[in-house]
Design a protein around this ligand. Structure first.
Ligand code: GAP
Length: 593
């Protein structure tokens, strides 16, 4: 293993350990040995997640005039998942270990080197027998005895009690096979030969209703987006919004990931924060505005314009989401991957993955896709309920077009359909029918979808904030101090409030007063135990950006000019300043919200 890989593992181990020690993230069902790919958030983690949720919700809905919120149910009519394509295509290619039946994602198997060891089967003195050939990779550097032990252990754990004692299992007809240099045909953990890649649907099935028959099957939602599409018409009709506008939702999603990994990064239960931003089709924009603004590097994305088509809106949301991440301290660890035409789904026009640097590599944090009208059109067709909206401005503008101009629009679209390299081109009759509706002001909106994962975001901010420094104490003893440099907007605790000494009632009373004053406005922590340095260190590890110490000056013992002032400590700079108690709120609130 390379030094970088070892360092990455060590760094993740420290982060996982800090998360447990300080109550950010715990393994689910830990007292029963855990539950694969599922995590619980402790007191600090719950606050961190809530802060991230609030920043997203406020930025994406409340502070905007063109986005509304939705809070839909996790369980829905399974017809939604059929129409969306999830029942048929939401699958990972998976391969199964022939030794243990353990599955692994086909694209997660890294190349290995070794010698193939073959056995015709296995048996034990209990009479138990395995009558099928076994092929296992003896990894480079592995001793044959250790391989045999490993194979016996794996066989025994699969066979259960019937196989008897592990050491008594006999491996039959051992034969050395090929030496392989870059094989991807053996399970990375067990070494057992892998079967053919087969699709494995990631949706978690459940039953709705008491009979639990196949007719009652539904799914825990694998994304929050489909509920937004399914409720599009209700939101549109009840809110009287006009396109372009968006619907945002935060909520749980579930995927039966074949290989959940990297702590919370790929979990089986997680939260998404998704926006579906509905826009006019480019043809409607062109009819109304006379043109569709083309994207060019450096184009002004600050304020949406009426002549924006999908490309400008897509760029706009990439820009908005980048600013969002800058606002929570992740600006300098982002990268972008623009999917190539080969990567894109047939209906997608563009998709950019916002990637973030994690200790285990640079990985996806959010995807921003331009999905055309694929989703709403699919639900319109499957439900037979119209998902069209009526646009008066479009109807009026189209009424001014000559027949030749209308035909020119149709011809341009037919040429684009003919040039498609993916998916089926729309037949001419369907194109003409679509334009007929469009010229009357009717269309199914297109969509831009910024889709973020809350748990990944929480992990990203923790990983980015994690830092260690060496400190020498009064006795010259070196100590490694962990400081979690969380951005004040997302930090679980904003301020620690500390009386200098706990046995001075006047200091304690004043500290309690300051704590009560701030607590109504932000999450604070009151601590009077241990030395002040120890208390600062505890809060540094919890990611608390500010500390307030109430000392004798506060109580006026060093002169009236310092009375009712406190020491405000800034975690990241270690600077301390004297601040009047009456100025504290005004100073802190803008920094933490
Ligand atoms: N509606 C589009 C959609 O769901 P996605 O790329 O599959 O797109 C969006 O998911 C985001 O959800 C990802 O960028 C990631 O942040 C998060 N996410 C997806 N699967 C996840 C998992 N198994 N564990 C944690 N987060 C996940």
């Amino acid at each position: 293993m390379s030094t970088d890989a070892k360092n990455a593992i060590a760094q993740m181990e420290k982060i996982v350990s800090l998360c447990k020690r300080r109550g950010f993230i715990f393994q689910s069902s830990e007292i029963y040995g855990g539950c694969g790919g599922v995590w619980d958030y402790g007191p600090l983690g719950a606050e961190l997640k809530r802060n991230l949720r609030n920043v997203w919700w406020n930025t994406m809905t409340r502070e905007r005039e063109d986005v509304l919120g939705l809070d839909a149910s996790i369980l829905m009519n399974p017809a939604i998942w059929k129409a969306s394509g999830h029942v048929d295509t939401f699958a990972d290619l998976m391969r199964e270990c022939s030794l243990t039946n353990k599955r692994v994602r086909a694209d997660h198997v890294e190349q290995q080197e070794g010698v193939v060891m073959n056995y015709s089967g296995a048996q034990s003195p209990t009479g138990w027998k395995l009558s099928r050939p076994i092929a296992v990779l003896m990894k480079k550097g592995e001793h044959i005895e250790s391989l045999r032990k490993r194979v016996r252990t794996l066989i025994a754990s699969n066979a259960g009690e019937a196989a008897g004692k592990v050491e008594e299992i006999e491996l039959l007809d051992e034969a050395k096979g090929d030496t392989l240099e870059k094989t991807i045909d053996f399970h990375p953990e067990t070494g057992g030969a892998l079967g053919e890649a087969r699709p494995f649907n990631l949706m978690l099935k459940t039953y709705l209703g008491p009979t639990a028959t196949e007719a009652d099957v539904t799914y825990l939602r694998p994304e929050t987006a489909q509920a937004i599409f399914a409720q599009f018409k209700n939101v549109y009709d009840s809110s009287r919004m006009k396109v372009p506008f968006g619907i945002g939702q935060i909520g749980k999603a579930f995927r039966n990931e074949v290989t959940p990994k990297n702590f919370t990064f790929r979990s089986r239960e997680f939260e998404q924060m998704e926006l579906e931003f509905f826009i006019k089709p480019d043809e409607a924009v062109e009819i109304i505005s006379g043109e569709v603004m083309a994207w060019s590097e450096g184009a002004d994305l600050s304020e949406p314009k009426p002549n924006w088509g999908w490309q400008m809106w897509h760029r706009y949301w990439v820009d908005q989401r980048t600013k969002f991440y800058e606002g929570i301290g992740l600006g300098d660890v982002l990268e972008y991957y623009w999917q190539t035409p080969e990567d894109l789904a047939h209906y997608a026009r563009a998709c950019v993955d916002i990637l973030c640097e994690f200790p285990f590599g640079t990985e996806e944090l959010e995807g921003i896709a331009a999905r055309g009208d694929f989703d709403l059109a699919a639900h319109q067709s499957a439900s037979t309920k119209s998902q069209e909206i009526f646009d008066e401005e479009l109807k009026n503008a189209a009424a001014k077009l000559s027949d030749e101009q209308k035909e020119a629009f149709i011809q341009k679209r037919l040429a684009a359909e003919a040039a498609k390299t993916k998916g089926q081109p729309m037949p001419e009759a369907a194109v003409r029918a679509w334009f007929e509706r469009l010229f009357k002001g009717n269309y199914v909106p297109h969509v831009i979808e910024p889709s973020a994962g809350l748990d990944r975001m929480a992990l990203a901010v923790i990983a980015k904030a994690f830092s260690e420094t060496e400190k020498v104490d009064d006795k010259g003893k070196k100590e490694i101090i962990t400081v979690l440099r969380l951005h004040p907007r997302v930090a679980p605790i904003k301020v620690g409030v500390f009386p200098l000494l706990k046995n001075k009632p006047e200091l304690v009373a004043k500290a309690r007063e300051v704590y009560a004053l701030l607590k109504k406005h932000m999450n604070c922590f009151y601590d009077e135990t241990a030395s002040i340095g120890r208390r600062y260190a505890r809060q540094d590890e919890a990611g608390t950006p500010f500390g307030i110490t109430i000392d004798f000056e506060t109580c006026g013992e060093k002169g009236p000019e310092l009375q009712d002032t406190v020491t405000l400590r800034h975690r990241d700079s270690n600077e301390q300043e004297r601040v009047k108690i009456s100025d504290l709120l005004g100073k802190l609130l803008p920094l933490v919200s």
